[in-house]
Write a protein that binds this ligand. Sequence first.
Ligand SMILES: Nc1ncnc2c1ncn2[C@@H]1O[C@H](COP(=O)(O)OP(=O)(O)OP(=O)(O)O)[C@@H](O)[C@H]1O
Length: 419
Amino acid sequence: MESSRSRKRPRQAYDDPAAPPPEREVVGPALLVDLRGLGCTDADSATLWTQVPRGGASPPWREDDRDGHYVFDLGENLTRRYKILSKMGEGTFGRVLECWDRETREYVAIKVVRSIRKYRDAAMIEIDVLNRLSENEKYRSLCVQIQRWFDYRNHICIVFEKLGPSLYDFLKRNRYQPFPVELVREFGRQLLESVAYMHELRLIHTDLKPENILLVSSEYIKVPSSKKSSQDEHFKCLPKSSAIKLIDFGSTAFDNQEHNSIVSTRHYRAPEIILGNLVILKASLLGGSIVSNTRESGTPSNDGEGSGTYTGAYDTESKCCNFMETLVYRGCSYMIFICSSAQKYFRRATRLNWPEGAVSRESIRAVRKLDRLKDLVSRSADHSRAALVDLLYGLLRFEPSERLSAQEALDHPFFRNPT
Ligand SMILES: Nc1ncnc2c1ncn2[C@@H]1O[C@H](COP(=O)(O)OP(=O)(O)OP(=O)(O)O)[C@@H](O)[C@H]1O
């Protein structure tokens, strides 16, 4: 986290909190991205180009760090309107800062995007997607709300409502103790509703993962834990509210446009993406141990695939497929898989292959040690076990045309007839 030392800068007229800035502004260098080329539908955006900073004032030049991140001190201003209070998170695209909005007198989360062309471009896509999503009232409860955006010192800054911790952070702080099945059901329902809504608009998020699902509130309660292996583990935390929202639309693909053939963070990537046949759904409803297992076997690899990319048991595509096979299909008599570009990943047509020489014994052991999905679920789901296992198998079918769509999954007995 950035140091909280408050280094005093000489006060510039630019940072004077006196007058509120316009609703959308270009502060600092002009935009590098042509919004119209990105298919932005927001009528205002096209006029943005013609706006100039008020009074022609520019903020004083400030050097970024070597990764293009904005350098800041806690307590200082981000334009006259926002006071920086803390760093809430960091991803590949930029840092998210908790700020105090002097105009609305509320806390907000501002994503300050790295001043690198490709991340600025992605930020403009994110803004475009958020604008499209916000056209429908449904969006308010499903996806993070964008309030406004501006360009400051060559950093695109997107102002969001402030949300609580991500499901990943919550699990981690809770020592990866799984959520109760009732909560998983509520999370699953909301997540599938968000995905179904995006698909209705022909948008594909492409980076669904627990880091990108945020609890709306930070409030939690402590309850006795069933797992009592140490002093610390007599209690576990549960969110007070099950409300969640989806964030991070910077990698969204448009169903009718060309997009990268490789998308999503590796260990949540669908087999057909690994195998070169892009289809939509990535869904992870699992709490607890799967999430922790995907992380524990390695160290951060910083390979530009998002904050959650780790080396180890999942550091190649074929190992990911093997992981899925181990988890989902091992012991099943069927594994129907049709994909012409996939030969190298298979032996005897139906068994997935370990790439020769590319895998350490340690990685193989790590994958083989994993629980099968149904064993994992039976440990935490009790009465809903059969329905949940059936739903997950439906969502994880290798063959995309057999896989449940988000809308179909919402009709599954796991959601319709909770026991
Ligand atoms: N509205 C918000 N309220 C609270 N915290 C937030 C909010 N938006 C983002 N965060 C925090 O900041 C982190 C990074 O945000 P985000 O995923 O949007 O960045 P990114 O650079 O696009 O990440 P990635 O590397 O996954 O693409 C999140 O995981 C979350 O912890």
